[in-house]
Ligand binder design. Sequence first.
Ligand code: 13P
Length: 253
Amino acid sequence: MRKPFVAGNWKMNTDSETCVSLAKSIASGSREVAGEGVKVAVCPPFVYLQAVARVLSASSIAVGAQDLYTESKGAFTGEISALMIKDIGCSYVLCGHSERRHVIGESDELINKKVTTAINGGLLPIFCVGEMLEEREASRTSEVVSGQIKNGLASLSAEKISAVTVAYEPVWAIGTGLTATPQQAQEVHALIRELLAEMYGGQPAEEIPILYGGSVKPENAAELMAERDINGLLVGGASLKADDFVAIIKAVA
Ligand code: 13P
């Protein structure tokens, strides 16, 4: 049985003190369930990854980066490689988060390279997809999400796909307090599962975790997780409050 997976995306938040205290509080609060009934990861900003990885090294909580570059080393000012991320004790990396797609302007093609680079570098990518409000309102959700899945995972072998976690994060639900209803989320998760089955076969598709993200809170975690194709949660704002994040972890464990 696949364990549910809860990941916290800290985005561009915390500082050198609060990253450590937040990690410590999450580890102590979730000690009884993390790693047992539920897989847990946190994704701090690059500069705090090592400090957080040290704090969490004795816990069952994994650490992930929020992005990576597609080359392993060289003259790429400001960029961070998969090797570096792995070297400091991280196992996961977010790829294609909506803020990187829509604020920074990353393309499907670049995200595809990042997913491939992550896997080749021994990291587990959390590959994010999701439609914008105007796309949902124009009934283009399926088309947009299908395109992101097909292009983002293009040329990834069935063997490599087993390293991938998919996260569906409708852009209109991120940081807005507007959560997709469990039914709205399930509908898109089922579509993603169907596409993955077409691309990789039914069994591999069944095993790929698909997380929901977008204003997840302790109050809505359990009802989202009750849906068939929701296998975990990717949490932004609520992952910055230890009590809330621990409550979410416990709600799904
Ligand atoms: P919020 O939980 O703050 O809506 O953010 C979701 C998200 O973007 C996680 O990656």
